[in-house]
Ligand binder design. Structure first.
Ligand code: SF4
Length: 371
């Protein structure tokens, strides 16, 4: 099967259709990334699209010179540059979506819905494998924070905690803005330093906890997981639940031993609590179903915020988690790195009272002060 025929034909079609707008096939996904997430940083596009930094910089500059994109320095930190589409871009975006739609409808016209669904599943699996293989040397994997020794990240074991950058959500209650809106010059930790540390400390460190940002944006973690398992480490991942297919892949390969799913609120409230107004919650439900199949140790976490949670909503979540679930409640603390300022936390007493009302619906609730 020569996939490059499909790629080359697609490129030819797009370059022809996009010519009147002076945009190329390479610039199209970058423009759409920016349109679909106004304010995104270049670094986040690099992470989300598995691009190299030079390609993104070159194409963003080109889109800026064409007056489709505006680069704005952050008010809080001038080194962080946010990208926005201009009025000129917004005027052509509907036409661009139509071009994309026409192409898709044309190429799938002879495939029925069932076959298409199957193809999407297979294609997705092939992309995961391809990405994994293409990054076999692991050099592309970067971490943005590293707590070398932690006692509470992996239940019952001494672990090292690594945080990846970039996230597909922008929860108002998030206190890790620096991991969501990545600065172009942000310091990163290379994989070789991590491997060396783990090899030298394998008698003390028993587990590795990979957190974010969102781990689902980094399929090349697969290669690192395989290395960790070969070396005998336990592996835990923290996720927002939006990448069930990748999680399933890691679990079925036995590369992950423990999953921590951070739930932001009731499913109905997700557009509000995730900061993405049109969020599809199906992937989160799929992740819940993977975890409830009991093939893997797991626990749930939620940061309680007055604007998003009350007794009724917490009972609704508790019922969804079930009577065997371990659910950790964190008290919300506004920080310098909070995405939205001015949210309100529950007092320790209020959390204790809520726990009394909710705990009969769920296995176990644990209250913690800090993440
Ligand atoms: S809280 Fe987690 S999922 Fe939400 S924006 Fe922050 S890193 Fe992403």
């Amino acid at each position: 099967m020569d996939i490059s025929i499909l790629y080359r034909s697609t490129q030819k079609y797009y370059d022809r259709k996009l010519e009147p707008y002076n945009i190329t096939y390479a610039q199209l996904p970058i423009l759409l990334f920016i349109f679909e997430e106004e304010g995104i940083t270049m670094q986040k596009i690099v992470e989300m699209g598995s691009y190299d930094k030079g390609t993104v910089t070159k194409n963003v500059k080109k889109l800026e010179s064409l007056h489709y994109v505006e680069i704005v320095a952050s008010k809080e930190d001038k080194r962080v540059k946010h990208l926005y589409t201009t009025y000129q871009a917004k005027q052509i975006i509907a036409k661009i979506y139509k071009i994309r739609n026409d192409w898709w409808n044309h190429i799938i016209q002879d495939i029925d819905k069932k076959q298409l669904k199957l193809f999407e599943k297979m294609y997705s699996s092939m992309c995961l494998k391809a990405n994994e293989y293409a990054n076999l040397d692991l050099d592309e994997l970067r971490f943005y924070e590293w707590r070398k020794c932690a006692l509470n990240a992996y239940p019952g074991y001494i672990s090292t905690v690594l945080k990846v950058g970039g996230c597909n959500l922008r929860c108002p209650g998030c206190c890790k803005k620096h991991l969501v809106f990545l600065k172009d010059e942000q310091q990163t930790i290379g994989i070789q330093d991590v491997k060396m540390y783990l090899e030298q400390n394998n008698s003390n460190i028993q587990a590795v906890s990979i957190e974010g940002g969102e781990i689902g944006l980094h399929p090349n973690l697969s290669v690192f997981f395989r290395w960790l398992k070969e070396k005998g480490f336990l592996v835990k991942v923290n996720t927002n639940g939006m990448y069930p297919q990748l999680l399933e892949y890691w679990i079925s390969n036995q590369w992950v031993d423990f999953v921590e799913l951070d739930l932001k609120g009731t499913m109905e409230d997700y557009p509000k609590v995730s900061g993405i107004h049109d969020l599809d919650t199906h992937p989160i439900l799929q992740t819940l179903s993977i975890l409830s199949s009991k093939r893997i140790d797991h626990r749930f976490t939620t940061t309680l915020i007055k604007e998003f949670h009350n007794e009724e909503k917490l009972i609704e979540i508790a019922k969804q988690l079930g009577t065997e679930a371990h659910w950790i409640w964190y008290a919300y603390n506004e920080k310098e790195e909070s995405i939205q300022k001015g949210l309100h936390s529950f007092s320790a007493q209020e959390m204790r009272l809520l726990k009394e009302k909710v705990e009969s619906y769920v296995g176990r609730i644990e209250i913690k002060c800090n993440r």
